[in-house]
Design a protein around this ligand. Structure first.
Ligand SMILES: *Cc1c(COP(=O)(O)O)cnc(C)c1O
Length: 414
């Protein structure tokens, strides 16, 4: 994380000290590095330069308009899972012709809107969805571009909640039914078959499951070719992991090389849907210690960020590094449970962290850029955090901290 570093005992993002960010925008706040986001996207782009390709950034990892706009400016496509994400992409200047639409539960209004703006492809997850799509496309008198999301039945060896490619998951069309579904899709008057896709999970730190998935897709492609069903693209999904602690996931170029060789020299357009690996290590969650206390022999540091701001530790047992913003002598360090103020014992930011802390200290929760703000909520009537983008020496407030008035704005009394 070279855009996040200590200098003279202070933690910086690009050329801005995090203490200055806290001073100006208060805490808790998400603090992003523009350079870090761009560098990750460019690492993919560079690795893909030899073949026809499209990076479809997965909006659900982080859908802030500034993040989407930055990626749209670089030429990125987008993977969406709702009409809300589609409208975000459009508002941020994204090109609808570079949007793929995933998800098991696409509503009629969502499909109609996506047809209307002319997205690149619907990643269809069931026969019922295919029929619904055909009907809605007929109503608009258009052809719906379709890729079938195949469930390759692969164990991505990740947390069960973020594993999506096993046959017992709700996602995709079972591998064994794929051919029959393509045959049926070909019969539908308003369906235009353009691709095949899969997405096997998230935070995957080895290459093997991706290569296995690509092998399975290539086998299907051979069978489809034999029936003269011609595709234009293969979409291998997202899911490449990042380093939170001691993981060593492959870098984008190593990943692409392995995927590329599994494609056996074929010249299909390669689509990817990375989310976490673009933005995950490009942000910290900045928080302040409110209280220090000891209960039953455990040391607690109660900070002003909570599970409503960062759900991953509570939801997935995720481990995030926690660093002091101002380095101190570790002589007085003890093991702290760093927790939030929310009334749940699961409100954990990190357990058993060796830190030297005092009330009022600032902490940075690292690797907070993906599934951080985007999963945040208003639980306990807590306004969602501010989001700040650092661009060299500039601090740009890309989302204001919510106000209590915002929280109550849509409600009425009897
Ligand atoms: C969540 C998701 C992604 C992105 O996954 P990452 O692990 O963030 O790369 C891509 N495609 C689909 C269909 C998804 O649901």
């Amino acid at each position: 994380m070279s855009d996040f570093y200590y200098s003279n005992g202070e933690l910086y993002v690009e050329r801005v000290a995090l203490s200055e960010v806290a001073e100006r925008f208060a805490t808790p706040a998400y603090v992003y590095s523009r350079a870090a986001i761009e560098a990750q996207w460019q690492a993919y782009e560079h690795a893909l330069s030899e073949r026809p390709h499209l990076i479809c950034y997965s909006v659900k990892a982080n859908g802030n308009l500034a993040v989407l706009n930055l990626l749209a400016t670089l030429g990125s496509g987008f993977d969406i899972v709702s009409v809300g994400e589609l409208e975000r992409v459009l508002k941020a200047g994204g090109d609808p012709a570079k949007v793929v639409f995933s998800g098991v539960g696409k509503r009629r209004d969502e499909i109609s809107r996506a047809l209307e703006v002319g997205i690149k492809c619907f990643n269809v997850e069931s026969m019922s969805e295919l029929e619904r799509l055909n009907r809605l496309a007929a109503e608009q008198n258009v052809q719906a571009p379709v890729s079938l999301r195949i469930n390759p039945d692969i164990d991505a060896a990740t947390h069960p909640y973020i594993s999506t490619g096993l046959k017992e998951n709700k996602f995709g069309i079972p591998y064994g039914q794929a051919l029959a579904c393509y045959r049926q899709a070909r019969q539908q008057a308003n369906i235009n078959i353009v691709g095949i896709d899969c997405h096997i999970g998230s935070q995957i730190t080895t290459i093997a499951p991706f290569v296995d998935a690509m092998d399975k897709l290539m086998n299907l492609l051979d069978a489809l070719n034999a029936e003269d069903i011609q595709l234009q693209h293969i979409d291998i999904g997202g899911g490449l992991g990042i380093r939170y602690r001691d993981e060593s996931p492959p870098a984008p170029d190593e990943f692409i090389r392995a995927i590329g060789s599994a494609m056996n020299g074929s010249s299909y357009e390669l689509l990817l849907e990375p989310g976490r690996s673009i933005v995950g290590n490009a942000a910290v969650l900045l928080t302040r210690v409110e209280y220090i206390k000891e209960n039953g022999g455990r040391h607690f540091a109660i900070v002003d960020a909570a599970m409503n701001d960062m759900l991953r530790p509570a939801l997935y047992d995720a481990w995030l590094a926690i660093k002091p913003v101002l380095e101190k002598s570790t002589a007085a360090a003890v093991k702290y449970d760093v927790v939030g103020p929310v009334c749940e014992s699961g409100d954990i930011i990190g357990l058993d962290r060796e830190l030297a802390l005092a009330e009022g200290d600032l902490l940075a929760v690292l690797s907070a850029g993906a599934y951080g703000f985007s999963m945040s909520s208003n639980y306990n009537a807590r306004p969602r955090a501010a989001e700040i983008m650092i661009d060299n020496e500039q601090m740009i407030e890309i989302r204001k901290r919510e106000t209590l008035a915002d929280l109550m704005a849509a409600e009425t009394m009897l």
